[in-house]
Design a protein around this ligand. Structure first.
Ligand code: FAD
Length: 366
């Protein structure tokens, strides 16, 4: 099938084209509109929703648990680790202001310590270095609540009031509506296959190959490579997620992390959403293939039975997978492909917070 004259005109000559309608692509498009009120802006998305991480994730509006921050300090030094926390915190504030109704709950976040514990002075030191960012105490020991939450085999629990939860479907839906109301054109069902200078070659299942042009192109496709000719310095990381059916008398609300953030769960109403376990099988999970990993899913179910819901009977209602992108140094990646196209990746598993910040940073620099 061939595009009509009218259809071709709809696709031609954009000021800005963004590839990928996840939270990164949406954040970039929003910032572009803020800065360029009259620019012609389009978003190209291969699927009818976004299809990568943004509508598959756990919906933690988080900035890093105590052990994750301590790990990052070891990895990248205190200054870089704190800068990353600041970007996440500011990103969350940008997002909350922009999308007020995203099914948000403010139940706070908890880190569960299974083996080692953090001493009072460890927590206090962490709070001291975080104070310039949050201007308040960030982490407190909440171990007294372990019993009330009916968790098993937990040695310590640390709470922060600065973490919240979003409904990832509502968040993206609200973003798409907002961008459409700002005259940003969505092209769904177009898969970008090639970049040639300022030209994008894309494929539509009904119309075959399509070419469009823009003065500036932002590639926000997470870990999905669009053109085999450029190698991106990111690795994919698949995330396995499951959700239980409703549990009568569920004794906790909030978002919870354990094993340095490799496992995470939260309540969604009176269900429990649980994900993670990539560290059990890193090699298989380094993929963009949305396939279940039975080893990990079985482990998640076991941990539900033994740690999280040992006093409750429950069933698994649904399982799914999402794809993350990881950079070598855990920092967001802004990579110039040619003079027209820039690749943006912020995730490293925490894009809800980071994407709005990174998008603002890059558009401010234009
Ligand atoms: C299981 C899981 C749980 C997570 N939990 C959390 C959490 O609780 N909190 C948090 O902060 N972060 C979490 N994350 C990470 C967070 O979801 C991501 O960092 C964020 O969504 C990344 O957004 P993005 O827009 O870069 O990528 P995506 O949402 O993947 O968007 C990329 C888009 O590009 C499109 N695309 C790809 N290739 C092409 C192409 N060739 N042509 C056109 N379109 C294309 C895809 O269809 C997709 O819609 C989680 C991720 C996963 C997978």
């Amino acid at each position: 099938m061939i595009l009509s004259f009218w259809e071709k005109q709809l696709l031609d000559e954009y000021d800005f084209l963004v590839v990928g309608a996840g939270i990164m692509g949406c954040s970039v498009a929003f910032e572009l509109r803020e800065k360029y009120a009259n620019a012609k802006i389009g978003i190209i998305e291969r699927d009818f929703f976004s299809n990568g991480a943004s509508t598959k994730n756990a919906g933690f509006a988080c900035f890093g648990s105590p052990t994750e921050i301590l790990y990052d300090i070891q990895l990248m030094g205190e200054r870089n680790a704190l800068e990353l926390v600041r970007k996440r915190y500011e990103g969350l504030q940008i997002l909350t202001k922009r999308i007020a109704d995203a099914g948000r709950t403010n139940f706070g976040g908890y880190e569960l310590m299974i083996h080692d514990t953090l001493s009072k002075s460890d927590i206090q030191s962490l709070n001291e270095i975080l104070f310039p960012i949050f201007k308040q105490t960030v982490f407190v020991d909440a171990s007294k609540q372990i019993q009330a939450f009916q968790f098993s085999n937990i040695a310590q629990m640390i709470y922060t009031a600065f973490e919240a939860q979003v409904d990832s479907g509502k968040l993206l839906n609200a973003y798409w509506h907002l961008l459409q109301s700002k005259n940003i054109r969505f092209f769904n069902g177009l898969t970008v296959k090639k970049l040639l200078g300022n030209e994008i070659e894309a494929e539509s299942s009904l119309n075959g190959n399509i070419t469009c042009r823009a003065n500036k192109i932002f590639i926000c496709t997470n870990a999905f490579p669009i053109d085999a000719s450029f190698k991106l310095p990111v690795k994919p990381g698949r995330g396995q997620v499951l959700i239980t059916s409703p549990i009568e008398g569920l004794p906790f609300n909030g978002s919870f992390h354990f094993d340095a953030g490799f496992y995470y769960f939260r309540n969604v109403g009176n269900r429990v959403l649980f994900g993670g376990g990539r560290n059990l099988d890193f090699t298989s999970e380094e993929t963009t293939d949305f396939a279940p990993n039975q080893l990990i899913l079985d482990d998640l179910k076991l941990k539900l039975e033994e740690i999280i819901l040992s006093n409750f009977s429950f069933s698994i209602e649904q399982e799914w997978q999402g794809i993350m992108a990881f950079s070598e140094n855990k920092l967001p990646l802004i990579h110039s492909i040619n003079q027209y196209a820039t690749y943006l990746m912020a995730c490293n598993g925490m894009g809800v917070a980071l994407c709005p910040f990174v998008a603002k940073e890059i558009v401010d620099q234009l």
